[in-house]
Design a protein around this ligand. Structure first.
Ligand SMILES: [Zn+2]
Length: 93
């Protein structure tokens, strides 16, 4: 059971008197089952429960793509300077 903040939509544990994220008073807000969250709910940072697995997966993929792009960029820079045993090579060994 969780309490959905009416202000920022963060999730707080039952019994919390105030939202963990925005400190809105949660007194009188009826708790709901975590698995009964509206499908369009997008928990905000600060919620103790992240239920939007798809969104998190997309974020992870985006992060991986950014990391790969960063490595490719580092590799290109490494080629330009043609290090044989520079600090950049240590990253890939
Ligand atoms: Zn809140």
């Amino acid at each position: 059971m969780v309490i959905l903040c009416p202000t920022c939509r963060a999730l707080s544990p039952v019994g919390a008197s105030h939202c963990l994220n925005c400190h809105q008073s949660l007194l009188g807000i009826p708790p709901i089952q975590a698995n009964q969250l509206p499908p369009n709910l997008q928990p905000q940072k600060g919620g103790f429960l992240q239920s939007d697995g798809g969104k998190m997966a997309v974020g992870a993929l985006g992060g991986a793509a950014a990391a790969i792009g960063g490595f490719m960029l580092l590799d290109a820079v490494d080629d330009i300077f043609d290090h044989d045993s520079g600090p950049l090579d240590d990253l890939f060994d």
